[in-house]
Design a protein around this ligand. Structure first.
Ligand code: DX5
Ligand code: ZN
Length: 220
């Protein structure tokens, strides 16, 4: 049985002057997850926000599953801070050099789910040996760093490959896509094996966000 589809609106596309209000908009639309993009100005050429923002969202009553995407050169240094701040899942990139396996294990030890992320230029084979140790694989469908970029359709074969390994090995990690996602290409990604959909610009700009969330949740 494939995993049900989950929408994770990206707070990066919300109003940074009132992030708690933007998180509430996503929750009230019916999206079960909230995607939190953390950027360090090194691994990606941009900044976003840190653990204090997650903690503030929790204090303001946010109940969503916090899907925390660390775009950091040294993610292992910040895992604990994000767990304490309320992260439910922490995903880390495969590209920088650090102890990926150890960091994934540490995330679970601290009581969070873990995920591994691949940039568009990184082949699926780079994470193949970690598949048995993760709760989520995130396939970037844009080069990370900025919202509002165009979806990379050439990532579909990568999704198909990872989904095939998942079925062959009887694993049950979630397969997430992030970058330029809208309702049309989300269906293409779903057909290629994705079950978890990050949407920033298209979600926050949608005229009917509840309809957007329910369309994703019914996708199969
Ligand atoms: C890009 C981030 C994304 C971004 C997606 O670096 O990882 O999560 O917020 O935004 P859209 O949906 O606008 O491409
Ligand atoms: Zn992201």
């Amino acid at each position: 049985m494939p995993n049900p589809s989950i929408l994770a609106p990206s707070l990066l596309a919300g109003d940074h002057g009132q992030l708690t209000a933007s998180a509430r908009i996503a929750e009230e639309a019916g999206a079960p997850w909230l995607h939190l993009d953390i950027m360090d100005g090194h691994f990606v050429p941009n900044f976003s926000f840190g653990p204090e923002v997650l903690a503030a969202l929790r204090r303001a009553g946010a109940k969503q599953f916090f899907d925390t995407h660390l775009m950091l050169d040294e993610p292992h240094r910040y895992i604990e801070a994000f767990v304490k701040a309320g992260a439910n899942l922490i995903s880390i990139h495969i590209e920088p050099t650090y102890d990926h396996r150890g960091t994934l294990a540490r995330i679970r030890e601290l009581g969070s789910k873990n995920g591994i992320v691949l940039n568009p230029g990184t082949p699926a084979s780079a994470i193949e040996s970690l598949l048995g140790e993760v709760d989520l694989v995130l396939v970037m469908t844009v080069q990370p760093g900025f919202g509002g970029q165009a979806f990379r359709r050439d990532m579909l074969p990568k999704l198909q490959q990872i989904d095939q390994w998942r079925r062959e090995r009887d694993l049950n990690f979630r397969l997430e896509v992030d970058g330029g996602i809208d309702l049309a290409n989300a269906q293409e990604c779903r057909t290629a094996g994705a079950d978890t959909f990050v949407a920033g610009t298209s979600f926050f700009r949608a005229t009917d966000r509840a309809a957007y969330a329910s369309t994703i949740s019914r996708m199969n």
